[in-house]
Design a protein. Structure first.
Length: 279
């Protein structure tokens, strides 16, 4: 699985002759200019000196997951490794639950969060976000057997229905906002929530795409995605500690460069628009 994840990368324009040296020269110049500033460059400089970028991730397919041999793989894993490569350091991954990952950053256990973390005002009070490098949408998956008579969203807003979400996600808050009369049921991970939807323990499941779509494709007689558009559009970004402005400047420059050469779009398409990584 991990080898297949690198296929889109090998076709990236970065691999064209003459581009690699130029790319590293540009990033080296940017890093040098940032780390020479005495004001707030300490965190970035320490990462460069140590040669290790400590990355916080959360197991959430296809953002990050365990492969057959226990190795980490997924969209965010590829992104973090590419970021570390362009910084000239090694990526060291630390796995957290969704609700604890910001605490891991604040406590100094990790340098950066790369976990499909959506930008929100509440989170921005605790961390500094980079500009977005990916978009997500929270949508609804339903159990066909238990929602056969449901005609519209308002029908689900009833105490007779149970709607699942994963603890600490945007979807948790969305249940209270859109379905205040329904019964919420929270799970620690998407695997547990998905299983509950498939076996009918819950009637619906609010989750980021592409999880609902994958569930419907894999369980066409049990799961449906009834809405044509997401209930909520979000923007995903890196998160670093407050006060680390120079790191944010570099991350923004990196995102712009990787969007311009289409690397981010190529790797995003692989993980979110195909099922090749599951083979």
């Amino acid at each position: 699985m991990a080898k297949k994840a690198r296929n889109p990368v090998s076709r990236s324009p970065l691999r064209r002759k003459g581009c690699v040296h130029k790319r590293h020269t540009l990033f080296s110049a940017l890093l040098l200019s940032l780390t020479c500033s005495p004001a707030s460059a300490r965190a970035l400089q320490e990462i460069l000196n140590d040669g290790t970028l400590r990355v916080g991730v959360a197991l959430y397919a296809p953002w990050a997951m365990r492969g057959p041999s226990g190795e980490l793989t997924g969209f965010e894993i590829d992104v973090a490794r590419k970021l570390a490569e362009d910084m000239g350091v090694e990526a060291e991954f630390n796995v957290y639950s969704r609700e604890r990952i910001i605490l891991g950053l604040e406590s100094g256990e990790i340098d950066i969060i790369a976990a499909g973390l959506s930008i929100s005002p509440e989170r921005a009070l605790r961390v500094n976000f980079s500009q977005p490098y990916a978009r997500s949408g929270t949508t609804l998956a339903t159990n066909l057997a238990t929602t056969a008579t449901v005609v519209n969203l308002e029908d689900l807003n009833d105490s007779a229905y149970t709607i699942a979400a994963v603890t600490g996600t945007v979807a948790e808050a969305l249940i209270d906002r859109i379905f205040p009369r329904a019964q919420p049921q929270l799970f620690e991970d998407l695997e547990s929530a998905s299983a509950a939807l498939i076996d009918g323990t819950v009637d619906a499941y609010l989750e980021n795409e592409p999880v609902p779509t994958f569930l419907a494709l894999e369980n066409p007689t049990k799961v449906d995605v009834p809405l044509p558009d997401p209930l909520l559009q979000t923007r995903d970004a890196f998160a670093v500690n407050k006060g680390d402005a120079d790191f944010v400047i570099f991350l923004n420059a990196w995102i712009i460069a990787r969007e311009s050469d289409t690397w981010l779009q190529t790797i995003h398409n692989y993980w979110f628009e195909t099922l090749r990584w599951r083979r």
